[in-house]
Write a protein that binds this ligand. Structure first.
Ligand SMILES: [Fe+2]
Length: 288
């Protein structure tokens, strides 16, 4: 007869999911597709920001995993209504919450980091996880905020080639007030920008995960029209002309659960921008 105590050994941990109301509408979702990130300024309350700084001051390592056991942190940061609402919009219902925590804690001033994409990035229209940064303290331009290249989540480059690149025209500095959350595509080009003042900068980083099939269940906008929406990424895109519109449109349709309807006939057809006196040719069938 089996030993019941032995067979009832400790259960393996269960990855937790969370659900909450979505906060992005069609234009918000498409904005993420075009840029590869969203900045939510000052969405976490001051008390939580202070408690987080106290926590990382007492746990100054690069991976303060234990903060995920703190209910106040999970409720106010991981399940922050604005942050999690944007994640819910992009990753669907019952998304997986972080199981790993990093803190980019650094004494400034420092030179800029090399441009890079974090290892294990996948490129394509699918969006199955998000890389998120939480700033418990204000990060000014002088403190070396994360620098992001809009639209680069579609742009593969070898890390060894990227690190030779210095300043890039069109980059975005995520300087922001305390309590800000930056939601990014894992494949976005980024780096810590150069800093010029003395500070101790904390920047917490974690991932969320898709656990449901893509579906248009964010705040749908009845005025939004797939045929005439603007799929253009911010310039400069450093890519073939209009490649950004193709990729943004494909990702947006994938997120709606309509990827099999995505098609390109080329030329000046959908989804290219342009002044027209009629609807564009090549609109995907069955998505309007
Ligand atoms: Fe990085």
């Amino acid at each position: 007869m089996p030993n019941r105590q032995t067979s009832a050994a400790k259960s393996p941990p269960i990855r937790k999911t969370y659900d909450c109301p979505p906060t992005l509408d069609d234009n918000g979702v498409l904005e993420f597709c075009k840029k590869g990130f969203l900045l939510l300024e000052g969405v976490v309350d001051d008390d939580t920001n202070k408690r987080t700084i106290d926590f990382v001051d007492s746990n100054p390592g690069m991976e303060p995993l234990e903060i995920l056991d703190e209910e106040w942190f999970v409720d106010s940061v991981i399940k922050n209504p604005q942050g999690a609402g944007a994640v819910r919009s992009l990753l669907g219902k019952d998304f997986g919450i972080p199981i790993l925590m990093s803190n980019h804690r650094i004494q400034t001033p420092q030179p800029a980091q090399e441009w890079h994409v974090d290892g294990a990035a996948k490129f394509g229209p699918e969006l199955n996880y998000l890389q998120v940064f939480y700033l418990p303290q204000e990060c000014t331009r002088e403190m070396g905020p994360t620098e992001l290249l809009p639209g680069s989540h579609f742009l593969f480059s070898n890390r060894d080639a990227m690190k030779q690149i210095g300043r890039i025209r069109g980059s975005f500095y995520a300087s922001a007030p305390a309590g800000s959350i930056v939601i990014t595509h894992y494949g976005i080009w980024h780096r810590r920008s150069e800093s010029t003042v003395v500070s101790l900068r904390n920047n917490l980083k974690y991932n969320y995960w898709r656990r449901s099939a893509p579906k248009r269940d964010w705040l749908t906008d009845p005025e939004f029209d797939v045929a005439t929406a603007d799929y253009t990424s911010p310039a400069p895109t450093y890519r073939q002309q209009f490649r950004d519109t193709f990729d943004s449109a494909e990702m947006y349709l994938w997120l709606r659960g309509d990827h099999e309807k995505f098609d390109l006939i080329g030329g000046q057809a959908w989804p290219l921008p342009g002044r027209r006196n009629d609807l564009p040719y090549g609109i995907p069938k069955g998505v309007r």
